[in-house]
Write a protein that binds this ligand. Sequence first.
Ligand code: ATP
Ligand code: NI
Length: 315
Amino acid sequence: MSVGSGSTGSLLELDRLSVRFLLGRRGEVRAVTDASLRLERGRVLALVGESGCGKSVLASALLGLLPANAQVRGRAVTGDVELLSAPEQVLAERVRGRRIGLVPQSAGTHLTPVRTARSQLVEAIRALGSGAGPDELAERVGLRPDELDHYPHELSGGMAQRVAIALALAGDPPVLLADEPTTGLDRPLVHRTVDLLAETAADDRAVLLITHDLTAAKRVATDVAVMYASRIVEAGPAEEVFADPWHPYTAGLLGALPEGGFEPIPGHPPALTELDRLEREWGCVFCQRCPSGSCTGDPELRAHGDRWVAAHPPC
Ligand SMILES: Nc1ncnc2c1ncn2[C@@H]1O[C@H](COP(=O)(O)OP(=O)(O)OP(=O)(O)O)[C@@H](O)[C@H]1O
Ligand code: NI
């Protein structure tokens, strides 16, 4: 992955995407700040970070699904569409399902209970006007065609998740956006689901996998971006970042895993209404939790080769 602008051949590119929610007299929530990312063909980019850091808001911004009190800045380009300024009609007719397929959080509740998987798939194919057939899509996600004739309550969790991914693929979108696609699944099923997403990426697409499940991210991501308090604080090739994190927050997330010895960083992320003040006072909003003592106080994500880090450059 690369962060920044001036791409060739990327399927999705974000350039300083920022989102604030205006709360009137209660101030503002800064949910996403200057997020720059590039998603290339064949790649799985995991966007990781604790609950509430802004991952889902970033995803909603790309799909034009933010509420009216959201103020959006920056650029996000897929194909010839600039997503942040595109009218709703363009997003509805050309982007959602066609350029960006959405894999839902909970497949079980996403499917309509009174209709078979096949009829839902056929309807999606018809609505999106794509050339794929239901059996072909079933096969692509590892389902037997006859399994499509089940109603959602007859599907196992894993089969429902496969149907949901088949639905996301119905319009043959080059990009899949999966926001916490493994919520509520047990570990083997988490692995099968993310493996399937990785296979779809290998099939000439790209996947943006939003998750707080570091184990799942480690398993399939080719690239990773770590988000803390609305900002991406570190990004780069997944293998390198996971093996040798530069930002102390990334190190803390990895330290909280079983293999890291269950040692999370003490404290909590700051309230998102306080970020402007904290950055004015400290530079870096992580500083109050920062064990490293080497913070430059510069919140900008800076490049060092193909890796990016804020405030804590490699020494
Ligand atoms: N409409 C809104 N008005 C005000 N604040 C909002 C609104 N929608 C989201 N937020 C806030 O934006 C912040 C980021 O939320 P977001 O859902 O993106 O977090 P997340 O990283 O996806 O976490 P999770 O893993 O829990 O989904 C949260 O503090 C949330 O309360
Ligand atoms: Ni710091």
